[in-house]
Write a protein that binds this ligand. Structure first.
Ligand SMILES: *[C@@H]1O[C@H](CO)[C@@H](O)[C@H](O)[C@H]1NC(C)=O
Ligand SMILES: *[C@@H]1O[C@H](CO)[C@@H](O)[C@H](O)[C@H]1NC(C)=O
Ligand SMILES: *[C@@H]1O[C@H](CO)[C@@H](O)[C@H](O)[C@H]1NC(C)=O
Ligand SMILES: *[C@@H]1O[C@H](CO)[C@@H](O)[C@H](O)[C@H]1NC(C)=O
Ligand SMILES: *[C@@H]1O[C@H](CO)[C@@H](O)[C@H](O)[C@H]1NC(C)=O
Ligand SMILES: *[C@@H]1O[C@H](CO)[C@@H](O)[C@H](O)[C@H]1NC(C)=O
Ligand SMILES: *[C@@H]1O[C@H](CO)[C@@H](O)[C@H](O)[C@H]1NC(C)=O
Ligand SMILES: *[C@@H]1O[C@H](CO)[C@@H](O)[C@H](O)[C@H]1NC(C)=O
Ligand SMILES: *[C@@H]1O[C@H](CO)[C@@H](O)[C@H](O)[C@H]1NC(C)=O
Ligand SMILES: *[C@@H]1O[C@H](CO)[C@@H](O)[C@H](O)[C@H]1NC(C)=O
Length: 400
């Protein structure tokens, strides 16, 4: 990122008429507003622009409409405002990292960027993006003070990570699909994630979110997981299939899961450590679980009325009395039966654990019957001789 090509080295392509296009090889580094002003005639800037870490105050990249490479500012600790009044497109990255006093980011006409990569912008509270970015393939916004993402309303994205923005309490996008992954983590305590038009995503991970709205979501190619969220209710009314694993872990206020159209989970289905979840009855259409079914927590009721095929292990462990569930599922286990993998079901557990934490075959619905020695001896994954190959297969599925 050295200033190999400073402004005088710009090759102005052609003559008078073509003044609007400037071409450099590599990156042009701007030291001051004077350097930025000198680029104002470049409607299309072919190359990348970097802001020097020694730049101060305000940098306005006016005049430039398109940057064919990247716009980069790393460790620019003395700049308070960065703007581009005409910039509509950045073909590669818009990268900002460590702009400690940047309070204003003003790109009123920006609409398309390949990669947004913003990290450590501790003074940035808002964006002035009037048109709004609608297209980006990769977006990562982390460690900012942004209170809103207003100005970024993507129709299309491949990968998006929004994390550690503690003042951000609303994420609302028009996305129709997410072709790689979405990760939301550690944003505002009351953050809502609203994706009204999202029909499919390859992979999604929600952590520390207060409200999730995914009314149109119909399928997930890969996995979807909800970890340490704050909501009490979660509904995916239109979701029918998940290619790999579906997980709900440590959502301490969760009382109601509603996935009424979900028929297939290709990998594992995990419900663990959701302290307040008493009843698991939101999977009324679920037929197939390709991996392990692994539920542990405080629940007393588990209903899977449509289940017809669980190919991996089956593990239900609760602190509560789950005799009814154990009595119901036990007859469904066996290599040619509904539950093909290792079966365990146990209530009254002081530390309900995941697949492999109890001896295969355990079937004790409540505390009175199971002995503590059987529990404590079962901490390691154990494959009995009699379950043979099935046990091995189930153990592998259990790891999914
Ligand atoms: C910013 O500066 C720090 C040390 O001053 C350095 O470790 C870090 O790599 C720099 N970051 C970037 C993106 O240049
Ligand atoms: C992805 O979503 C966009 C925006 O809604 C839509 O135009 C496009 O057709 C979708 N692509 C697929 C493959 O669903
Ligand atoms: C949390 O956000 C919801 C909207 O998602 C809002 O109705 C509610 O008032 C907010 N609560 C607090 C304490 O800010
Ligand atoms: C956010 O979620 C992570 C795990 O996904 C968890 O370790 C962390 O404690 C959570 N933070 C809060 C504030 O709940
Ligand atoms: C739910 O799915 C149905 C059938 O695929 C579709 O007609 C309907 O529009 C979807 N609902 C929402 C809210 O997207
Ligand atoms: C993911 O699922 C969507 C919707 O079913 C489909 O259009 C897309 O091709 C799938 N992507 C991959 C990589 O399988
Ligand atoms: C896909 O989602 C699962 C469940 O949330 C998560 O564990 C995994 O890290 C995600 N993968 C990617 C690439 O985001
Ligand atoms: C659980 O959520 C679903 C969907 O939002 C709702 O229809 C249902 O009434 C809720 N159940 C309870 C017990 O709150
Ligand atoms: C559930 O909580 C227990 C005890 O804190 C912990 O050992 C276990 O790893 C947790 N399970 C998951 C899936 O996070
Ligand atoms: C069960 O509930 C109690 C009391 O709410 C809580 O302390 C405990 O951690 C919960 N156990 C599990 C496994 O969720």
């Amino acid at each position: 990122m050295a200033a190999r090509y400073i402004v005088p080295a710009l090759a102005i392509v052609g003559s008078a008429a073509a003044q609007s296009s400037c071409s450099v090889s590599g990156t042009t580094t701007i030291q001051s507003q004077g350097d930025a002003t000198a680029l104002a005639a470049c409607q299309t800037f072919t190359g990348s622009i970097a802001i020097a870490s020694t730049a101060v105050n305000q940098i306005a990249l006016d005049g430039i409409q398109r940057i064919s490479g990247s716009l980069i500012a790393n460790n620019v600790t003395q700049v308070t405002a960065l703007s581009g009044s005409s910039l509509t497109q950045i073909d590669d990255s818009f990268m900002l990292n460590g702009l400690t006093i940047l309070t204003s980011l003003n790109f009123p006409r920006l609409e398309a960027v390949d990669t947004i990569d913003w990290e450590a912008l501790p003074a940035l509270q808002g964006l002035s993006f009037t048109t709004g970015v609608q297209q980006a393939s990769q977006v990562s916004i982390q460690n900012t003070q942004l209170q809103s993402l207003s100005g970024i309303n993507l129709q299309i994205v491949q990968q998006m990570t929004i994390a550690n923005n503690p003042y951000l309490n609303e994420i609302n996008m028009q996305l129709g699909n997410i072709s790689q992954s979405l990760i939301l983590e550690a944003n505002g305590r009351n953050v809502s994630a609203t994706f009204p038009n999202l029909e499919w995503a390859f992979n999604m991970t929600f952590r520390n979110v207060s409200q999730v709205s995914i009314p149109s979501l119909a399928s997930i190619n890969g996995s979807m997981g909800f970890y340490a969220n704050f909501f009490s209710s979660l509904a995916a009314p239109n979701l029918t299939s998940i290619g790999q694993t579906l997980s709900f872990v440590s959502n301490e206020a969760l009382t109601n899961l509603s996935f009424p159209e979900l028929t297939t989970v290709g990998g594992g289905l995990q419900v663990a450590n959701n302290t307040d979840l008493q009843t698991i009855n939101g999977f009324s259409a679920l037929k197939t679980v390709g991996g392990a079914l692994d539920f542990n927590g405080n629940f007393t009721e588990v209903d899977l009325p449509a289940i017809s095929d669980i190919r991996g292990a089956f593990n239900l462990q609760s602190a509560g009395d789950i005799s009814n569930a154990c009595n119901h599922f036990k007859p469904l286990s066996g290599s040619n039966n509904v539950i093909k993998g290792t079966y365990t079901c146990s209530g009254g557990e002081s530390h309900p654990g995941g697949t492999g934490t109890l001896s295969p075959g355990t079937n004790t619905g409540s505390s009175s019957s199971s002995s503590s020695s059987a529990k404590s001896s079962a901490n390691s994954l154990y494959i009995s001789g009699t379950t043979g190959l099935i046990g091995v297969v189930a153990a592998i599925f259990g790891m999914l």
